[in-house]
Structures are given as C-alpha cells and as structure tokens.
Ligand binder design. Structure first.
Ligand code: DX5
Ligand code: ZN
Length: 214
C-alpha cells in the first residue's frame, strides 16, 4: 500500500488540529512540513517553533522538507523535531556530510531533487539515504501542475536503488491528485505528498483512503 504524507502548506493553520485528528483516524503515514526561507525558494513558510507545536499534538511521523539555503547550518535544530529530514541537493551544502549528520542524529535522511536535476546526479548518495524526494513541480508553492517528466526520474532512481541493493523510500511532491497519484505509484513511488488536493477535499478521510488504496 502506498504511503501518504499530506503537506500542510496550504492549510489554514488555525484548523490544523481538526485535520490532524482526521489524518490519525484515516491512517496517514507521515505529515509533510515545508520549510521555506525566501532565499532558496521565493516564499517563506515556517520553522522549528511551528513544527514543535505540531509534534506535541500528534504521533504521526513528521516529514520535514527543507527548502532553505545551506541547510547544514540548521540540521541539528530540525533533526530534534523531525522523524524524516530532507534537504535539497541543489542548496549548497556538502551532500554526503549532511546526509551522514542527519542519520547520526537518529533521524531518517532524505535527499531532494528539483525538476532540473537528473536522477544520475544523486546515484552516488543513495547508500546514505533513507528516502529520495523527486519534486514534480518547482519548489516554493502549493497548487501547481504536475510535471510528468518526474516519473522517469522515479523509475531510474528505483532501478538504481535495486541495483545497489538499497532499501529506499521514493517520495514525490507537487501536483499529486486523483489523476497523477496512480501514475506516480506505477512508476515506483512509495510515498505520495499531497497538499492542496487533500486540504481542499470535501471528505478528507475518504480522500485519504482512496489515495492509500492505489
Ligand atoms: C512545494 C511543496 C509541496 C506543496 C505541494 O514546494 O514542497 O509540498 O505543498 O502542494 P500541492 O500538492 O498542492 O502541489
Ligand atoms: Zn514539500
């Protein structure tokens, strides 16, 4: 069964508790938290204090997606509140060292690639990853259109992980909905991130169940 990690980016934060309760009931696997610094991406979201508050209210594992410049500067702080911690290959940190640091802190490490980064560029880092996140939109905003080119990257990363004998989660993020989710699962995605599709659903619990049944 595919895992689901709803992104709270487009949520009304004052109603987040209600959503979290629904997510717990419907068996959501992770909660995706998008951290943006206004430098690596042209948008600003939230940081450690907000994640800490969410953590205090739920036992759903927190999947933190850092979209910040030189993320190695903040790994320690975020590793304390994250169960899965991901940063961008393109963000100007030493990739291997940063992945190792996340794991050494007892947190699952995720390497994330933007649409213009090829799958092959990160093959050498796969043994240091617990998850790879393939962006299917340019990072920065929710509600964008899915880029189908990302599916080929998912296939390549999956094949390479199998070749290297690595047990890896492959996550996709951006434009996931009822039409695109099945394509992602078919390509080999094991964790779907979905933001606006989940938070605008009429029946959140049903929508979660439908996606997870794919
Ligand atoms: C975009 C974020 C996404 C975003 C996804 O940079 O990384 O997690 O919230 O939103 P949707 O699912 O609406 O594309
Ligand atoms: Zn994200």
């Amino acid at each position: 069964m595919v895992k689901l990690s709803p992104s709270v980016l487009t949520a009304d934060f004052l109603t987040l508790c209600d959503f979290i309760e629904k997510f717990e009931k419907s068996g959501v696997d992770m909660l995706h938290l998008d951290v943006m610094d206004g430098v690596f991406v042209p948008n600003i979201s939230f940081g450690v204090p907000v994640i800490k508050s969410i953590k205090a209210h739920t036992s759903i594992p927190l999947d933190v997606h850092l979209m910040i410049d030189k993320p190695h500067r903040y790994i320690k702080e975020f590793a304390e509140v994250a169960d899965w911690l991901g940063f961008h290959y393109e963000a100007g940190s030493d990739v291997a060292e940063t992945l190792k640091e996340i794991r050494a802190l007892g947190t699952k490490a995720c390497l994330t690639i933007k649409p213009n980064t090829s799958a092959e560029e990160i093959f050498e880092f796969l043994p240091l990853c617990d998850m790879v996140l393939v962006m299917s939109v340019e990072p920065g905003f929710g509600g964008q259109k899915f880029m189908p080119e990302s599916l080929d990257k998912v296939r390549k990363i999956k094949a390479e992980a199998m070749r290297q004998g690595i047990d890896l989660e492959i996550q996709i993020d951006g434009g996931i909905n009822a039409e695109t989710a099945p394509l992602a699962v078919e390509a080999g995605v094991s964790v779907l991130v979905a933001g606006s599709y989940i938070f605008s659903a009429e029946n959140v619990e049903e929508t979660v169940k439908e996606i997870k049944a794919l």
